[in-house]
Design a protein around this ligand. Structure first.
Ligand code: 13P
Length: 252
């Protein structure tokens, strides 16, 4: 049985001082539980300030993206060694907004996953289908392709360290979360695909769900043994709703 994993993806929200006050509020009300791991992914600029606040806590720091290269002429990019240096433990890779707004390909994402492992950053690899793909019964094929290329060349031993986040594009920021049955079905498919393609015991791999997770729907999502946690967007920008989701992960 995995510890549940709850990750707050702040996306492009909060200045440094707003970040400090949100984290301070979270720390005031959150009672850490051994059965749940919490991580916070603020924008790059706030990473040092959030790292200082989290230093003596069990909450881990995550980045929202990384460059695949260590250093060089890559204007505007941030590298894995920089993220390690600031105290990041995890890095979100291949978020739907990176894929669909910034044009990241599965090949780009694969390079980032390798670069993260190379620098001891644990990847949270996001996959998910668009609405029209679901409607034309392509969900499994789309996700298989994202995994096949995104995880190409990853050693079996690393499947214990990677987290897969299933985030259906149609559920992100829409208020229309996947049902527990829809998410469970895809998580199960991801596990069997990992088992057959990489000969890993995929019950070692954490698979979390993202897309309009709220304190209202988290309990039912966490009732599925296939759902090992949540990647939370909007609801993590408020200390009470984020902590509530973490508490539901403990108790469900
Ligand atoms: P929302 O929770 O706002 O739908 O965002 C989900 C997400 O994209 C987390 O990475």
């Amino acid at each position: 049985m995995h510890r549940r994993f709850i990750v707050g993806n702040w996306k492009m929200h909060k200045t440094i001082s707003q970040a400090e006050s949100l984290v301070t509020d979270i720390l005031q009300i959150y009672q850490p539980q051994a059965s749940v791991e919490l991580a916070i992914a603020p924008p790059f600029l706030s990473l040092p300030a959030v790292a200082r606040l989290l230093a003596s806590t069990s909450i881990k720091l995550a980045a929202q993206n990384t460059c695949a290269s260590d250093e060089g002429a890559f204007t505007g990019e941030i590298s894995p060694p920089m993220l390690r240096d600031v105290g990041c433990h995890y890095v979100i890779i291949g978020h739907s907004e990176r894929r669909h707004i910034f044009g990241e390909t599965d090949q780009d994402i694969n390079k980032k996953v390798h670069a993260a492992f190379h620098h001891d950053l644990l990847p949270i690899l996001c996959v998910g289908e668009r609405l029209e793909e679901r409607q034309s019964n392509k969900t499994q094929a789309v996700i298989q392709q994202q995994l096949q290329t995104g995880l190409d060349g990853i050693e079996s031993k690393n499947f214990e360290k990677i987290t897969i986040a299933y985030e259906p594009v149609w559920a992100i920021g829409t208020g229309q979360a996947a049902t527990v049955d829809q998410a469970t079905e895809v998580h199960r498919h991801i596990r069997s695909f990992l088992d057959t393609q990489w000969s890993v015991k995929s019950d070692q791999t954490r698979i979390i769900y993202g897309g309009s997770v709220t304190p209202e729907n988290a309990k039912s999502l966490f009732q599925s043994p296939q759902i090992n946690g949540a990647l939370v967007g909007k609801a993590c920008l408020n200390s009470e709703s984020f902590v509530k989701i973490a508490e539901l992960a403990t108790s469900s």
